[in-house]
Design a protein around this ligand. Structure first.
Ligand code: PMP
Length: 290
């Protein structure tokens, strides 16, 4: 059975789900998106994802052609139409079709689509052995140029970093900001644990404010840690007890090596493992039913 894609206002077969070459999402990366997951038919943190989508669109002065409740129903309808329970959902709104100029005023109608497909999970060994990271040469987008808090279709900053990490032969890349402070990885937020503290960079250094990040911060506090946002350097990562990443696809994943320095004992740390376990207990619960 072919996949059904929600495109603009209806479900269409995958082969019919096409957008114009004049769409500014394609021509200029002018648009916003969300990556969402469903667990056993429950869409995890759907409202938070919709809030972030609307906030990104608001700053870009892009009018999403549906309300949040309509979008919520469209996401759930797309999952149902494809009989998916554990899925990865990609929700995209572009500026729409215009001419070859930049001007968004020439794009009268945004394009909206929702793809729900089977989730391709991170390899199990990532959680068992931990990830290896390097700091990449590409600097994270400056917040006053293209703020990383906006989840836009322009992901080249992240893609360059990903290329640098993979050509270095490791699993992920850490991007620093223009001042040399740690921001995040190409598609995940970063945390370190030192003693009873769990630390992650604040949004103003230049990160996407991850939804999994918020959950990890809450879980860390519930486990009795002092969780805080702070500006820090690579040295803090190298000398941490544990380092982990968070993201919708990754959930909570341990890091064991950064720039060839062994982190902690060189194995996934016990607090990270505990956080992963607690996170997995709550994912099927804190969702919106499809
Ligand atoms: N940072 C970046 C750059 C991302 O693209 C993502 C999402 N893949 C994240 C962090 C994690 O955010 P979330 O937990 O909301 O998926």
């Amino acid at each position: 059975m072919s996949l059904k894609i929600y495109l603009n206002d209806r479900l269409v077969e995958k082969d019919k789900a096409t957008v114009s070459v004049f769409d500014h999402g394609l021509l200029y990366g002018d648009g916003v998106f969300e990556g969402i997951r469903s667990y056993d038919g429950l869409v995890f943190k759907l409202r938070e994802h919709l809030d972030r989508l609307f906030e990104s669109a608001h700053t870009l002065m892009l009018d999403i052609p549906m309300t949040k409740s309509e979008l919520e129903r469209a996401v759930i309808g797309t999952l149902k139409a494809n009989h998916l329970k554990d899925a990865y959902i990609r929700l995209v709104v572009t500026r729409g079709v215009g001419d070859l100029g930049l001007d968004p005023r020439k794009c009268p109608r945004p394009t909206l689509f929702i793809i729900a497909d089977k989730i391709s999970l991170y390899p199990k060994e990532y959680y068992e052995k931990g990830l290896t990271l390097v700091t990449v040469p590409t600097v994270r987008n400056h917040p006053e140029a293209l703020n990383p808090q906006l989840k836009t279709l322009n992901y080249l900053n992240n893609i360059l970093a990903k290329i640098e990490a993979t050509t270095a032969g490791v699993d992920e890349g850490i991007l620093l900001n223009a001042q040399g402070y740690v921001t995040e990885c190409t598609g995940e937020n970063i945390f370190f644990i030192k003693g009873k503290s769990i630390v992650t960079p604040p949004p103003y250094v230049g990160i996407l404010k991850g939804i999994t990040r918020d959950v990890a911060m809450r879980l860390g506090s519930e486990l009795g840690f002092s969780v805080r946002e702070a500006v820090f350097t690579r040295h803090d990562l190298y000398t941490a007890d544990e380092v982990f990443l968070t993201g919708t696809a990754a959930e909570i994943v341990p890091v064991v090596r950064i720039d060839n320095r062994v982190i902690g004992a060189g194995r996934p740390g016990k607090t990270t493992l505990r956080l992963t376990k607690e996170f997995r207990k709550l994912t099927p619960k804190e969702g919106v039913r499809s």
